[in-house]
Write a protein that binds this ligand. Structure first.
Ligand SMILES: [Zn+2]
Length: 441
């Protein structure tokens, strides 16, 4: 046997061994897992306690109360915590920010949760039936919040948390972000500027996680025409506002439909001689007579996109369509930014691989990327333009944003084990190794 072929055989044997070594649990990891399992009842009791504090976004006292409960827990883990208040004009409760400093040079991880809910329950509303519990916010996302907390507790018990650089941000208005976003998302974005990667704990699934999600914005077209007798509509009087608006939305459909991950829904449309439209309430009235050419019309819709580039390209095309007015009409379009896109990146994919490997090492099977079209926007979207990340690491459940929301308590253990192991495996790596690489598109 030549030296070269011996080396080749050695490599062939070593490669699978190396893969196994990565997949199997180390003694520290085994201890982390056992702590999560042992803490299960405490974790469920904790979740019950915070679910029983009603905290819909506009219930500012409730949101702060849930925030204070988590703040005390992060304090006891040695985090430096603060409650960030927002200007009164935003009518939002604020955010919890908790920071843990570990080894200089180790990756800085941002963990994202939120303490507000969509529905406001009348009071304590937790009802447990076997391994399921019903409760507003039980999955979305107080369940995700307790996954973060108990994963960190397990790392502390194993003695490995002390080396990790972790910032936790629990926002108080994820479900209904206050205006302006530049103010209400500032602390989250600032935290991302001090971090290398982000992990978000919105509702999870057993076999997938979120490496990309579409961004969202709104658009509004207002068209005007010359009010005149209808008899002149195709002549000197002009086509009127409604034909102009109909042309525009139809051209949007004809020219832009079919691009992957791009949608632009027309939410509402109004037209006539007297049009009143409330852009915040998304409601209005229109009046006219059948023999009058319409003077005003408005259409209002959303625009969802997978990248900033796709958003810009689409907006340019929409502006171009709007500008080609029918005779005797005018129109203009305005856009409002809401959520940036979380575009697929090589870094996001790499974090998913780490999560997938951790899941398999724990015996929970593979985790793949969720279809980006299948998930709405979330808080991680605001930091995705800055750093790589992964979302969908939270609780498993059903009925989010509804009174019948339920959380799977057995799966809570699985999600906490997977989150803790992911943190353990990422948290000791170097910060430099997570510097963002160019997008994989
Ligand atoms: Zn949520």
């Amino acid at each position: 046997m030549t030296r070269a072929s011996r080396l080749l055989i050695a490599l062939c044997v070593a490669a699978p061994l190396l893969a196994n070594a990565q997949a199997a649990l180390t003694p520290a990891e085994q201890k982390i897992r056992e702590t999560v399992q042992r803490s299960h009842d405490d974790q469920v009791a904790y979740l019950e306690r915070v679910v029983n504090i009603p905290s819909s976004t506009l219930n500012l006292a409730g949101v702060r109360k849930v925030g204070a409960a988590f703040r005390a827990s992060f304090d006891s883990l040695g985090f430096a915590t603060k409650w960030v208040t927002l200007p009164d004009a935003t009518q939002r409760a604020g955010h919890l920010v908790a920071e843990h400093k570990g080894k200089p040079g180790a990756v800085r991880i941002l963990l994202i949760g939120h303490v507000d809910t969509v529905v406001e329950p009348g009071g304590p509303n937790w009802v447990r039936t076997d391994s399921m519990a019903r409760g507003v916010g039980s999955g979305d996302m107080k369940g995700g919040d307790v996954i973060i907390l108990f994963a960190l507790k397990a790392l502390q018990a194993a003695g490995t948390l002390k080396d990790m650089n972790i910032t936790v941000v629990f926002t108080g208005d994820e479900e209904h972000p206050g205006d302006p976003l530049s103010v209400t998302r500032k602390d989250l974005i600032d935290a991302a500027k001090r971090a290398d990667i982000a992990l978000a704990f919105e509702g999870g699934n057993r076999f997938d996680a979120t490496t990309a999600r579409r961004g969202a914005s709104s658009w509004r077209v207002t068209a005007t025409g010359r009010q005149a007798h209808s008899a002149g509509v195709f002549g000197g009087a002009g086509y009127g506002a409604i034909y102009e608006l109909a042309r525009i939305v139809n051209e949007f459909r004809v020219q832009l439909v079919g691009e992957q991950y791009l949608t632009f829904n027309v939410g509402t449309i109004l037209g006539g001689t007297d049009v009143e439209y409330d852009t915040v309430g998304i409601k209005g009235t229109a009046a006219s007579k059948l023999n009058i050419i319409a003077k005003a019309a408005v259409a209002h819709g959303d625009l969802r996109f997978i990248s900033e580039e796709q958003k810009k390209k689409t907006r340019a095309k929409m502006r171009e369509i709007v500008a080609k007015h029918l005779p005797g009409t005018d129109a203009k379009i305005t856009f409002l930014d809401e959520y940036p896109a979380m575009s697929p990146t090589a870094g996001n994919a790499r974090i998913l691989v780490a999560y997938d490997t951790a899941s398999q090492a724990l015996g929970y099977g593979p985790v793949r990327a969720l279809d980006p079209g299948a998930r709405g926007a979330g808080d991680i979207s605001f930091v995705a333009p800055l750093i790589d990340g992964l979302d969908g690491l939270g609780a498993l459940g059903t009925g989010s944003h509804a009174p019948e929301e339920r959380v799977n308590l057995n799966a809570l253990r699985m999600q906490t084990e997977r989150a803790a192991l992911l943190l353990e495996r990422l948290g000791h790596q170097s910060s430099a190794s997570f510097a963002r690489k160019p997008a994989s598109e």
